[in-house]
Design a protein around this ligand. Structure first.
Ligand code: ZN
Length: 684
């Protein structure tokens, strides 16, 4: 590992800014820390609220991420108040948190992490702590003690695994006081601590020890196949992706207990090599690399025993069986150590399928990404550890304590309540503009993950990018899909399933509005309308139903129909007839899929002039058909409905949201007009 320290930059900075600089260097290196892991500190003199000189520990607060950390994320703790704690025998987590909150420089400082006292008890002014992959690999094997000594030398202090908290902090403090010249300290099955008089010293010691560990592991690994021979042949990319798209919905259904999960699929070479290897069934079931990972990966991944990854039915059966076994094993694990806390969701976060790759799961795409990042590093750690000796993790009881640690659970209770469409995956057709776009954006606001489809790939990508900018990275993808092309529709759904793992809601919205009197209507125009306005809905609904049934989680399909079905207009035959077919299709779908919990409903908008199909030509055409001057057309239409209302795309989105959400859980085969009230369109 290379040192990225630039003295020319650092020298100009105040001590606390140097700490920010050092923390960001560490945070930017994924082989050192991932997603909020690790922490750093400095001890400095500051003025307190009465202007008195006070010796203060500035330590990374809970909940911040080192790669983006700022000054304000470091809480200030008065050393004078915390040092006497060294004299205590023990202290519970709750006592420690309560005590530390009284020792803050200011009540508004961020809450300190569980490792605050560890920093305080180390005598050096600057301390850096990470979960460096190489250090963890070195310690997480049956020769760990020896390997740490061989790689890092006798001088490095080694502390056997102990759960982070008061006792570990005190043990570390005492050990280092007795060995002030030690170059660093390895927390077995956990990570690395280094220190120095300056940030540069602490950082360089961190990089130096990590580099020595990396070099040692590389020499052990050279020329060896650490995971043994492949047990299963990985499928070639095309077949692999096709099988993965068929397996994902079944997997998502099997693990979405008690709540739906969003999946992420990865099949990079290192992942494939590992999941397909001889060693994976054993090594993957030993335990987490460091306690910090457990909240995002659970203690164990779900390993699906598969002999022939090309046998889709066989893989799906194995997925369902092993998911049920994983859940039973999780419940047994919980009952072995049960605490006062209720059981957390018995849902695997990492799923390994030989020959196919890895899925990770989370409440949203971001959580699934975190789990994937962590497990990719875990695979590297497993391989490095196995190159030394058999991989070994922290004891199961300690892993349980890490997962059910009260303060982390408390953090979960602070999270805002989930939104109405959280954990749902939605595909919207015709979503690059108008009503489809309004629906995509509205559903995303309610927490949904959205697949934005339309003819133009760039326009879809732009809408998806807008959603991600507002709602968070990974919340939407854009996908070019022509609803009249069977192959394109199938490929689009396969891609949607590859990205998010399944589908809960389809909004079949794409449409065109050709005009013309029947006696003048060219056959091509008629056929084009049928292709988009009828067959297009058939093709996307057919794929959606296939995915939803494979998932077994029910689903909701919303068709954007039109008021023309109940109140047809002259010169609109090609449109109205195709839409009538769509209307009947929705009702048949409702009849056929009710038993699977799949609801199918329709919204019937009228005169939504923001909609993409309202081209200037159409407006002119409809104005002519109704005998109204075109410049008065929109106003005349508005005046013709009972509410005198301009119907907007967002009004249609609200109706679609009602049908998509559980608010209409007992309704299927229905339609809801969004037209300002049209007497001639009343159902009868
Ligand atoms: Zn740690």
């Amino acid at each position: 590992m290379r040192s990225l320290w630039e003295e020319a930059v650092a020298a100009t900075l105040a001590p606390l800014d140097q700490l920010v600089y050092m923390s960001r260097l560490i945070g930017a290196e994924p082989d050192l820390v991932l997603w909020g892991g690790g922490n750093t500190s400095i001890k400095v003199w500051e003025k307190d609220f009465r202007g008195r000189d006070t010796y203060v520990l500035r330590v990374k607060g809970s909940g911040s991420d080192m790669k983006t950390i700022e000054r304000k994320h470091f809480s200030g703790v008065r050393m004078e108040d915390v040092l006497p704690l060294m004299e205590r025998e023990d202290m519970s987590d709750e006592e420690m948190v309560a005590y530390l909150s009284c020792a803050l420089m200011h009540p508004s400082e961020p809450r300190g992490s569980i490792e605050t006292l560890l920093h305080a008890f180390l005598p050096a002014p600057v301390v850096a702590h990470s979960h460096a992959d190489a250090i963890v690999a070195l310690s997480n094997n049956t020769r760990g003690e020896e390997a740490v000594r061989e790689a890092l030398g006798e001088d490095v202090v080694r502390i056997p695994y102990r759960r982070p908290g008061f006792l570990l902090s005190k043990e570390v403090g005492l050990a280092v006081r007795g060995r002030p010249d030690a170059p660093g300290l390895v927390l077995m099955n956990h990570g690395l601590i280094t220190w120095g008089a300056t940030c540069r010293e602490a950082y360089e010691a961190h990089i130096a020890l990590t580099t020595r560990a990396e070099e040692y592991l590389a020499s052990r690994r050279r020329g060896r196949v650490v995971f043994g021979a492949p047990r299963v042949r990985a499928l070639a990319e095309g077949e692999r992706r096709a099988v993965a798209a068929q397996v994902a919905p079944a997997l998502r259904g099997a693990i979405s207990v008690p709540k739906r999960m969003v999946l992420r699929y990865e099949d990079g070479p290192e992942v494939l090599e590992f999941v397909s290897s001889e060693a994976a069934p054993r090594v993957s079931q030993v335990g987490a690399a460091t306690p910090d990972h457990i909240l995002n990966t659970k203690v164990l991944p779900l390993y699906v025993p598969v002999d022939d990854p090309g046998d889709v039915a066989g893989v799906i059966a194995a997925v369902r069986r092993s998911a049920a076994e994983w859940r039973a094993a999780y419940e047994a694990y919980y009952h072995r150590y049960r605490v006062d806390e209720p059981m957390l969701d018995p849902t695997p976060r990492v799923i390994l399928v030989p020959g196919l790759g890895m899925w990770t799961s989370g409440k949203d795409a971001h959580a699934a990404l975190i789990s994937a990042d962590i497990y990719r590093h875990t695979i590297r750690i497993l391989g490095d550890a196995e190159a030394v000796a058999a991989y070994r993790s922290l004891p199961e009881q300690d892993a349980f304590a890490a997962e059910y640690w009260g303060l982390e659970l408390y953090k979960l209770t602070l999270a805002p309540p989930e939104k109405e469409l959280a954990r749902r995956i939605v595909l919207v057709t015709g979503a690059a503009s108008g009503i489809g776009r309004a629906i995509a954006e509205r559903f995303a606001e309610e927490g949904a993950h959205v697949v934005v489809t339309d003819l133009d790939a760039n326009a879809c990508a732009a809408v998806a990018a807008g959603i991600c900018a507002k709602q968070g990275a990974g919340r939407a993808v854009g996908l070019a899909m022509d609803v009249t092309d069977e192959g394109a529709v199938q490929a689009g759904f396969a891609e949607a399933v590859r990205v998010f793992g399944g589908l809960d809601i389809l909004v079949s919205n794409a449409g065109i509005a050709p005009t013309g009197r029947i006696e003048e209507l060219p056959l091509g125009t008629w056929e084009r309308s049928l292709a988009v306005n009828a067959t297009g809905h058939f093709l996307v609904a057919r794929e959606a139903v296939r995915v939803m049934r494979a998932q077994g989680l029910g689903g909701s399909i919303v068709f954007n129909v039109t008021k023309n079905v109940t109140a047809p207009g002259a010169d609109f035959g090609a449109y109205s007839c195709a839409k009538a077919a769509q209307y009947q299709l929705a009702r048949i779908l409702a009849v056929e899929n009710g038993a699977f919990g799949i609801r199918v409903n329709m919204v019937n908008p009228d005169a939504v002039f923001e909609a993409g199909l309202w081209t200037p030509e159409l407006k002119a055409e409809r104005a002519r058909a109704k005998g109204i001057p075109v410049e008065q057309f929109e106003e005349a239409i508005r005046q013709s409905n009972l509410l005198r209302a301009a119907v907007l795309a967002r009004d249609v989105a609200e109706a679609a949201l009602f049908f998509a959400s559980d608010r209409s859980a007992k309704t299927t085969g229905a339609f809801l007009p969004v037209d300002g009230g049209l007497r001639e369109a009343f159902p009868r």
